[in-house]
Design a protein around this ligand. Structure first.
Ligand code: UTP
Length: 410
């Protein structure tokens, strides 16, 4: 392990010597903990503070991309579903649940999936997702291997919860957990935040590293042994999420494309959602804050929004392609968040508003690494009920209403 002098050199090169401020007051174990953290932390992410925080780098030239629409899907439904069910039966599809986030906007101090969205009955977010996946298991007559990504911050609670709840009826032989990587967080002046005198404040490094973390956890061999060719990646916080949806899988397979993304039609030009489009001729997602006024309002020949299809964090990727792109560097996004930190009096403070930045890679950037991606339009009110905030838009309240509207007993 590195010694204090080496740690000081590493930190002084990047103007972060304050991390060692209390070093001499720590006991031996604490000193070792801190040195080991400094040794293994990738501080290069801090270089991204210099650029445009949101964008994750220079963008190319954008063009709209059409989708397979709700209408198209209705007329091809049987064919798509049959192809999808065959793939599921043959064990060619696995699902990855992204549950490593901290859900700071919701303000719930446990893993978001442990939130009880029920009113008269207990209905945890994880339970909703498992119930949704069970629909497919029943239809296909085959279990879908489910890989759940957690972070060091929430792994044990998540694993324990699933065990305690008996995996909500899912066969545990088909569930695996794996842990994502962490990145340092900084204050608004770019100084690394400390969690305690001996601990750097580390946060999950975004959902973009899910595949490399899966590989590092040794799970790719298992995936390949099972003969899995497609992975459906989805977020923890959409309680109406259709997972391993046979029709979506079938549509992507039949299209011959390398990947697919579920999308919803934007409700207005200004809706704050990333749009699936082309960037320099390749599939890509343009974030709402990256769109010019002209792009936002551009109309197509049918007088509909040209950049119309918003992503809902539900993608289908091909395993071979994922392996090929696995070692490619992904753009790092600098995200403003509420980050608990140790103040000058050595006390841990939980801020009420964003007080610094985290560094995240995003799964949406994987779309731009694909040769092709099929936007697959779904009915918003049937498949999109995000739980992001405690109140208002995309909140517990709005998700409850949508669950009820879809006949889910809450
Ligand atoms: P969000 O972008 O909503 O981030 O995650 P978050 O950290 O959960 O929530 P806020 O912004 O602090 O309120 C979208 C999806 O990606 C997962 C989340 O668990 C969610 O399913 N995610 C996010 C990870 O798995 N790891 C991360 O590091 C970040």
């Amino acid at each position: 392990m590195i010694d204090r002098d080496k740690a000081f050199r590493i930190l002084s090169e990047i103007g972060q010597e304050h991390v060692l401020k209390y070093f001499d007051e720590l006991n031996e174990t604490e000193q070792k903990e801190l040195l080991s953290q400094i040794e293994i932390t990738d501080f290069s992410v801090l270089e991204n503070l210099a650029g445009d925080h949101n964008s994750g780098g220079e963008r190319g030239s954008f063009e709209p991309l059409g989708a397979v629409t709700i209408k198209d899907i209705a007329s091809e439904s049987d064919r798509f579903t049959q192809t999808g069910v065959e793939a599921l039966k043959a064990g060619k599809v696995a699902a990855v649940l992204l549950a490593g986030g901290q859900g700071t906007r919701l303000g719930f101090d446990k893993p978001k999936g442990m939130f009880n969205i029920g009113v008269d009955t207990e209905l945890y977010i994880f339970q909703c997702l498992i119930n949704n996946l069970m629909d497919v298991v029943k239809l296909a007559g085959a279990w879908v291997p489910l890989y759940i990504m957690t972070s060091e911050k929430n792994n044990s609670e998540t694993v324990e919860f699933f065990k305690e709840k008996n995996y909500f009826g899912y066969d545990p032989a088909y569930i695996r957990f794996f842990i994502q990587d962490m990145a340092p967080s900084v204050d608004t002046n770019g100084k690394i935040l400390m969690e305690s005198r001996s601990k750097i404040s580390l946060s999950p490094n975004g959902n973009g590293g899910w595949f490399s973390s899966l590989v590092r956890a040794g799970l790719l061999d298992e995936i390949k042994e099972k003969g899995v060719q497609w992975i459906n990646v989805f977020a923890v916080d959409n309680v109406l999420q259709r997972i391993a949806d046979p029709s979506f899988i079938g549509a992507v397979i039949d299209s011959g494309m390398q990947s697919g993304g579920k999308v919803v039609s934007k409700v207005s030009p200004d809706e704050r959602v990333g749009v699936l489009c082309l960037e320099d001729g390749m599939p890509s997602i343009v974030e709402y804050y990256e769109m010019t006024e002209e792009m936002r309002t551009l109309l197509d020949d049918n007088r509909e929004l040209a950049y119309k299809y918003g992503v809902i964090l539900n993608y289908l990727f091909n395993v071979d392609k994922l392996e090929e792109i696995c070692d490619r560097k992904m753009p790092v996004h600098v995200v403003s968040k509420k980050i608990p930190f140790m103040n000058d009096n050595g006390e841990l403070v939980k801020p009420d508003s964003p007080n610094g930045y985290k560094f995240e890679t995003l799964v949406l950037d994987m779309v731009h690494m694909q040769d092709s991606c099929l936007p697959y339009e779904v009915v918003r009110d049937k498949e999109f009920a995000p739980v992001k905030n405690a109140e208002g838009v995309d909140s517990v309240e709005s998700a409850r209403k949508l669950l009820q509207a879809n006949g889910v007993k809450i």
